[in-house]
Ligand binder design. Structure first.
Ligand SMILES: O=C(O)CCC(=O)C(=O)O
Ligand SMILES: [Mn+2]
Length: 237
């Protein structure tokens, strides 16, 4: 993430170079870090302080009910696999969302999800009617490279990704730089998504860049990620 960490100039924390005294206000942190590359536009910030993030994580762990049975499988190149994490969707009742060959109907909103959703809206001005929640029990759980480009998404709407628990690496890879057929050498962009953080993935990021949360064997603690989305109501057949 160091490419994007905004560093204070030396000597900025008080002219003497000494530590700030306790009565001095904390040095100004920029609210948003802008992450930009060709075809990529994301903004990152810590949205919830530690105490509030701890409280929310506890509520999520107690109240979110993850999918079970058939809903825990995804189709990749025609084969069904057990997903290496837990997953569930919540949202407005008329919506559905198809992801890796599975159509999800959302569960009705619960207060802890509305609390996070409202905070994201008041901070960004964007509204959301759907959330996909992923729970990674430890560093073995992961999500493979993909784009969030499902046809149900309102065109050009941003996706708000809020994370709680273990800090995990998150990697963006440009579509022209993937695998053996890569036509260009564009460096991947690696972020670390902290406890209580918000990553806004804005248009056209999901047109050109894939993202993943790779396995990290050394991570022992759980992580819960919520991607708030704006989904169109599509007439059911
Ligand atoms: O866990 C994360 O940070 C990413 C989740 C994700 O990419 C997704 O739900 O589409
Ligand atoms: Mn995604």
């Amino acid at each position: 993430m160091d490419r994007f960490v905004v560093k204070r100039p030396r000597g900025d924390a008080g002219s003497s170079g000494q530590r700030p005294r306790p009565e001095e206000p904390a040095p100004e942190q920029p609210r948003w870090q802008e992450i930009r590359a060709e075809g990529l536009s994301c903004d990152y910030r810590v949205l919830f302080g530690k105490a509030e993030a701890d409280e929310i994580l506890q509520q999520l762990e107690e109240q979110v009910e993850y999918f079970e049975g058939e809903m825990t499988k995804v189709q990749v190149f025609g084969k069904w696999h057990e997903i290496p994490r837990k997953q569930v969707t919540y949202g407005d009742p008329e919506l559905t969302y198809t992801y890796s060959g599975v159509t999800f109907s959302p569960k009705p909103w619960i207060p802890v999800l509305n609390r996070i959703r409202e905070r994201v809206t008041s901070d960004t001005g964007h509204t959301f009617n759907f959330v996909l929640i992923n729970r990674y029990k430890d560093g073995e759980d992961h999500i493979g490279e993909h784009r969030d480009d499902e046809r149900e998404l309102v065109p050009r709407s941003p996706i708000a990704s809020v994370s709680f628990g273990a800090c995990r690496d998150f990697v963006f890879r440009h579509c022209a730089s993937r695998g053996k057929k890569a036509t260009r050498h564009i460096k991947p962009i690696k972020l670390q998504l902290a406890h209580g953080s918000l990553l806004m993935m804005k248009y056209p990021t999901n047109v050109y860049w894939y993202h993943s949360l790779p396995p990290r064997k050394r991570v022992l603690a759980p992580r819960v990620n919520l991607t708030f989305r704006k989904v169109m109501a599509i007439a059911k057949k």
